[in-house]
Design a protein around this ligand. Structure first.
Ligand code: ASP
Length: 455
C-alpha cells in the first residue's frame, strides 16, 4: 500500500546493476571453486576469502535490508487500513473490486506454488549441507524438523496473537506483525479526527523513512549480491545456476499462464472483451509497467488507456485503478510464494500442504502491503522466509534475477488492475442501468467519491 511512495528515489538504475553483480559473483565463485579444487594459493585460501571477505560484505547488505522489514510491514498495513477507512465507505463497487483483487491474487499464488511443486527447481541443490549462503556470523538456521505447524485452536491463537510480541518481532514472525498492524489501523480509524490524522501522518512518515533505508541497502546491492553469489557458487558450483534458470522459467511460466489463461478468460467472460483485443488495447500500459517496474509510475498511463482505449467510465477507473496499483499485486504475490518455496527446496526443507496454504494466505496479505515501486517486495519476502523458519539470507539466491522478474511481475500487476476495471465497469454499469430503469438511484459506491476526491 502506501501511495506516498512516489517520493522515493527510483531504484531502477541500481537494480539494473544487480545483473552485473550476479555475473561478477558467478565468475569469482567459479574462480574460487577452481582454486580450491586445484589447490592454488594453499588449501585454505578460497575458504578464507569466502569467510573473511565475501561473507561479511554480503551480510552488511542483507542486514541493512532486514532492518526495514518489521517497521515497513507494520506501517504500510496500518496506514492502508487507516486511509481506506477514513476516505471511503464500502459501496457495491468497492466490495466487488476487493473480491476480485483477493481472488486474482489467490489464484496467482496457487499457480506459482503448483509450478514450483511440480518442477522443483531448487531440489538438486543443497545449500543447507554446504552452508552456502548462511553467514558464519550467525544467520537464521533453517528448521527442517520443527516445521509442521499444529492447526489446533491454541496453536492458531499463538500464531496470530503470540504471548511474547517482542520475541515474535525479533524472530521476524510476520503474521503477528500483520495482526497488530490491522488492529492498530482499525483502532486508529475509530479515535477522534485530529488524533487519527496525526497517526496517519506519522505512519506515512515512517513508511517514507523506511524506504530511504531500503534505498541505502539497495545502493550496496550490486556488491552484496556479487559477494553472496560468489560464496554460493564456490560451494555449490553450477548446480545453483541450473536451479536458478529453472526458478526463472517456473515464475515466468506461471505468470504467463495467469495472464493468458486466467485474466484472458475473465476479461472475455465478464469484462466483455476478446482477450486479443484487450491485450492490444492495453499494450501501452503493459509496456510502461514492464519498463518501469513500478505500478505507481504506470498509473497515469493505465488511467489514460482505460479511458481512451477501453472506454471505461471515469467513476470506475478513478476508484479501481489507483486502488489496484497499491493493493492488487498478483505478480508480486505469485513471486513471493515462489521465492519462499524455492529457498525451502534449496535448503532441503519440506513445506507441507498446510504450510503452503499458510504461505498462500500470507503471500496475498503481504503483497497488499508492498509498495508499487521497483524491488519493493524484497524486504517483505525476507520477512516471509523468517516466518517459515528459513534463513532470510536465502533471498540472495534470487537477487541477481530479481530485476527481470520485477519487470514481469509488475506487468502482471498492472494487467490484473485493468482486467478488474473492465469487469467492475461492466457489472456495476449493468446494475446501475437496471436500477435506473426501475426508478431507483444508482449506487455507484465509492467510485463517485473517488471522482469527487479528484475534483
Ligand atoms: N515492482 C512491483 C510493482 O510496482 C512491486 C514489487 O513486487 O516489488 O508493482
Amino acid at each position: 500500500m502506501a501511495g506516498m511512495m512516489a517520493e522515493r528515489k527510483p531504484a531502477g538504475d541500481r537494480a539494473r546493476h544487480l545483473g552485473w553483480g550476479l555475473l561478477i559473483g558467478v565468475g569469482v565463485g567459479l574462480g574460487l571453486r577452481a582454486a580450491a579444487e586445484q589447490g592454488w594459493g594453499g588449501a585454505t585460501l578460497p575458504e578464507t576469502v569466502a569467510r573473511q571477505v565475501l561473507d561479511p560484505a554480503g551480510q552488511i547488505f542483507l542486514r541493512l535490508l532486514l532492518l526495514a522489514v518489521v517497521p515497513l510491514v507494520f506501517a504500510s498495513i496500518a496506514l492502508g487500513v487507516l486511509e481506506l477507512g477514513r476516505s471511503r465507505g464500502l459501496g457495491r463497487m468497492a466490495w466487488l473490486t476487493f473480491l476480485l483483487f483477493g481472488l486474482n491474487m489467490s489464484v496467482a499464488v496457487g499457480l506459482g506454488l503448483v509450478g514450483m511443486n511440480w518442477v522443483e527447481p531448487g531440489r538438486g541443490v543443497s545449500a543447507m549441507e554446504a552452508g552456502a549462503v548462511e553467514s558464519n556470523a550467525g544467520g537464521t538456521s533453517p528448521d527442517r524438523e520443527g516445521r509442521r505447524p499444529e492447526l489446533s485452536p491454541s496453536a492458531l491463537v499463538d500464531m496470530f496473537l503470540p504471548k511474547n510480541w517482542i520475541r515474535a518481532v525479533v524472530d521476524f514472525q510476520l503474521l503477528p506483525v500483520i495482526t497488530f498492524a490491522l488492529l492498530f489501523g482499525w483502532a486508529a480509524r475509530t479515535v477522534d479526527g485530529p488524533s487519527a490524522a496525526r497517526v496517519q501522518e506519522l505512519l506515512a512518515a515512517l513508511v517514507r523513512v523506511m524506504f530511504r533505508m531500503v534505498d541505502l541497502a539497495m545502493a550496496l546491492a550490486p556488491v552484496g549480491v556479487a559477494a553472496l553469489v560468489a560464496v554460493a557458487v564456490m560451494r555449490m558450483g553450477l548446480e545453483l545456476l541450473a536451479a536458478l534458470a529453472g526458478f526463472v522459467a517456473v515464475v515466468i511460466g506461471a505468470m504467463l499462464l495467469h495472464a493468458v489463461g486466467v485474466l484472458g478468460w475473465v476479461v472475455w467472460r465478464w469484462g466483455g472483451w476478446s482477450p486479443l483485443r484487450f491485450w492490444r488495447a492495453t499494450r501501452l500500459a503493459l509496456l510502461t509497467a514492464f519498463c518501469t517496474s513500478s505500478s505507481a509510475a504506470t498509473l497515469p498511463t493505465s488511467l489514460a488507456v482505460a479511458r481512451d482505449r477501453l472506454g471505461l467510465r471515469a467513476a470506475t477507473t478513478a476508484f479501481v485503478l489507483p486502488l489496484g496499483a497499491t493493493m492488487n499485486m498478483s505478480g508480486t504475490a505469485l513471486y513471493e510464494g515462489c521465492v519462499v518455496l524455492f529457498v525451502a527446496q534449496v535448503y532441503g526443507a519440506d513445506l507441507a500442504w498446510v504450510d503452503q496454504l499458510t504461505l498462500l494466505v500470507l503471500a496475498v496479505a503481504s503483497a497488499v502491503a508492498v509498495a508499487s515501486v521497483p524491488g519493493a517486495s524484497l524486504p517483505v519476502i525476507m520477512g516471509l522466509l523468517a516466518q517459515f523458519r528459513l534463513p532470510p539470507e536465502g533471498i540472495a539466491l534470487v537477487l541477481g534475477v530479481d530485476r527481470l522478474l520485477d519487470m514481469a511481475r509488475t506487468t502482471l500487476n498492472v494487467a490484473a488492475d485493468l482486467v478488474t476495471a473492465c469487469v467492475v465497469d461492466r457489472v456495476t454499469g449493468r446494475a446501475d442501468s437496471d436500477e435506473m430503469q426501475q426508478g431507483r438511484p444508482a449506487d455507484v459506491g465509492s467510485g463517485s467519491d473517488a471522482v469527487a476526491d479528484q475534483g
